[in-house]
Design a binder for this molecule. Sequence first.
Ligand code: RET
Length: 273
Amino acid sequence: TAAALVPSLAPLQATQAEVFDRIASDVVLSSSLWANVALAGFSILLFVAMGRSLQSERAKLIWVATLLVPLVSIASYVGLVSGLTVGVLTMPPGHPLAGQEVLQPWGRYLTWTLSTPMILLALGLLAGTDRAKLFTAVTMDVGMCVTGLAAALVTSSYLLRWVFFVISCAFFVAVLYVLLVEWPADAQAAGTSEIFGTLRNLTVVLWLGYPILWALGVEGFALLDVGVTSWGYSALDILAKYVFAFLLLRWVAANERSVGGADPLGGTTTMAD
Ligand code: RET
């Protein structure tokens, strides 16, 4: 075929229907995607119900940010299942799968750009942070996701895949700094330390799993195959998105007074009374 003669154009030539068939015939891969479509749908209904009685602006803002996580997720996973956001990449020399055509569900990295800022917005609001720190966390996070997408899609050079990986990790370090150093102090002042600490720990531990999986999976050293790599991300997503969001919303619904300030981004001026 033409794709075999011109390997560098292969990703552009695999039709969406071909990709769709390859996904559908890999039970491990397709189940990793459908499981999240189902869980995201369930989470949306549950979270809408949980947020009905919220009154204050800050609590509502936390709720909408949290609700957007499964909303983005269901769109993301339907994009993957349909083949729309899955490419076929020919890995460069040096990569363990050099020369082979591998499925690359790049839509994941794209949609993290939209979902992870929502997680950080919710966490920042919970900690009662200010605009500067929130802006820092969100922009560094977007930088991480976009350069992570680049790391996954570069096929010209194995080295440059890792260069993008390192750049993405540098952005991630900035996010971790805000989460581990800046926001705990803000949460202390806002009186939301306990729940913030729990959700921060969950977030830091789970988010560290993503770059590790990237390195072990098809994108990096290829110790795991496409289906297992995808299940890895799906499992992390289930915990980092739905379980995280559920714990946050349950707390906000039960403790609305503790987060209800007049100005949702007014720093630490907002308190229970
Ligand atoms: C990549 C690879 C490059 C290096 C780093 C990464 C980190 C990704 C993270 C993703 C978190 C995603 C979540 C999604 C939920 O919607 C891009 C894997 C640092 C931390 C929480």
